[in-house]
Design a protein around this ligand. Structure first.
Ligand SMILES: [Zn+2]
Length: 98
């Protein structure tokens, strides 16, 4: 598994290539670089948003009572506590305490 530094360098490389392909008006290749950048950015862990449910909430088949702490991904999907990745969009989740 690549480390964070390598991932960030790869993103930087792909952004340069993206600019290059856009400059050449190569829409298809630019789109491939955009897809690669999106996929690589999901490997950089992001903190979930903490939500205190204001009412009883169903997540799949699980019921969370009012006042329960829920975790939301940037894509808007709920995340199970300590899930390594969002099940909807694949974003890696950062559970490190601040
Ligand atoms: Zn997500």
């Amino acid at each position: 598994m690549s480390n964070l530094k390598e991932i960030k360098r790869a993103i930087q490389y792909h952004r340069q290539q993206l600019g290059f392909e856009r400059g050449r008006d190569s829409i298809r290749l630019a789109r491939y670089y955009e897809l690669a950048i999106d996929a690589l950015e999901k490997l950089i862990p992001k903190k979930p948003t903490v939500i205190i449910s204001e009412k009883d909430t169903m997540v799949g088949r699980a019921k969370f009572c009012k006042g329960t702490k829920l975790y939301d991904c940037q894509c808007g999907s709920f995340i199970g506590y300590l899930d390594a990745y969002c099940r909807r969009c694949g974003q890696k989740i950062d559970w490190e305490a601040e």
